[in-house]
Design a protein around this ligand. Structure first.
Ligand SMILES: Nc1nc2c(ncn2[C@@H]2O[C@H](COP(=O)(O)OP(=O)(O)OP(=O)(O)O)[C@@H](O)[C@H]2O)c(=O)[nH]1
Length: 325
């Protein structure tokens, strides 16, 4: 596969990334891109563990989830943001604010563009915003390369280079990857590392994320609750973990973590969709998310889920705060 050097922003020591002489580097990177561009999947692939939340529905990453790539020569802290989009609700505006704040704080930005989608108005909107961030280096990441032919990929790489020229964004690199096939993911890390400053590790070895556990657990539940829901429900579900406590009186070698969580919807009419006939759907949501939570936390879990209505929570500032926005 090709890597195109759009400019020569990589300092010389990059050639010796894993070599003994190179100084240790550490810093923050974030992936931006339109909804469904593959940002979360790429974060997971780089970190090697499921930390960000993926879904085949757009706009599912609400929280800024960090994954941490530990290497002998560097530590990359990955910040995963929601997609930037034209805001229609208060929640939409808040999400965009989160994205812009994140951009201004990171050392390098990866702009994700799916290989199988034509560059559209959404991508141009983001590229235009990126052009205004003069000092932060940007890598264009062409994602999902496994979905296209080599010819189509080559065309997309050229289109991305063209997009940069047109809107005045200077790409430090343009790199094609497939997160699903784990192709060029390591190379992407190699290209990101030289763009973060020299410095000691920011997080202890072994940490994958500093997102509070409760938020990650809530995201796993939300992801399961969204699965298979076809209409506009994705924008109407929020999950809050009320309590996470080790069950008392358990033998030391057989611990159990009690988790109580509320699934919030906007209208009573949505309750049936989430719960399903005879509660079957909610049961599945519970057992699916429980498995993921157990894998994440490494302990058996008892999960107690309740569905509640928080009327029009997307438009109400007080509700938004309560739900963590
Ligand atoms: N074939 C293929 N599919 C991918 C790849 N990366 C992501 N996908 C799929 O694309 C869809 C969207 O991926 P996400 O990682 O959730 O995208 P995102 O950009 O984080 O999406 P938002 O959270 O909505 O902004 C999912 O169905 C993924 O499985 C890839 O390398 N190859």
């Amino acid at each position: 596969m090709v890597v195109m050097n759009a400019s020569s922003a990589v300092p010389p020591e990059a050639a010796d990334a894993s070599g003994s002489g190179a100084p240790h580097r550490s810093g923050f990177a974030c992936f931006v891109g339109r909804p469904n561009a593959g940002k979360s999947t790429l974060t997971n692939a780089l970190v090697g563990t499921k930390v960000a939340i993926t879904s085949n529905r757009p706009q599912t990453t609400r929280h800024t989830v960090r994954g941490i790539v530990h290497r002998p020569d560097a530590q990359l802290v990955l910040v995963d943001t929601p997609g930037l989009h034209k805001p229609r609700t208060l929640l939409g505006e808040r999400l965009n604010d989160v994205v812009r704040t994140t951009w201004a704080e990171v050392d390098v930005i990866g702009f994700c563009l799916p290989a199988d989608q034509r560059i559209g108005p959404g991508d141009r909107f983001i590229a235009g915003e990126l052009a205004q961030l003069r000092r932060t280096p940007k890598i264009a990441v062409v994602t999902k390369t496994d979905l296209v032919t080599p010819d189509a990929l080559a065309e997309q790489l050229i289109a991305v280079e063209q997009l940069g020229k047109e809107l005045g964004v200077e790409w430090a690199e343009i790199v094609p990857v497939s997160a699903v096939r784990d192709e060029q993911v390591g190379l992407l890390a190699d290209l990101l590392v030289p763009l973060v400053p020299e410095g000691p590790p920011l997080y202890p070895d072994g940490d994958l994320t500093d997102e509070p556990e409760q938020v990650m657990v809530a995201e796993l539940i939300r992801e399961a609750a969204l699965e298979g829901v076809r209409d506009e429900l994705p924008h109407s579900i929020a999950v809050v973990v009320e309590e996470m406590l080790p069950r008392e009186g358990r033998p030391e070698d057989r611990p159990l973590l009690d988790i109580h969580a509320n699934v919030y919807i906007e209208r009573p009419s949505q309750k049936g969709i989430v719960i399903g006939p005879k509660g079957q759907r909610l049961k599945e949501v519970g057992s699916t998310s429980r498995k993921h939570i157990e894998a994440l936390l490494g302990t058996p879990v008892y999960l107690d889920l309740h569905v509640k209505v928080a009327k029009d929570w997307q438009r109400d500032p007080r509700q938004l705060r309560k739900l963590g926005f």
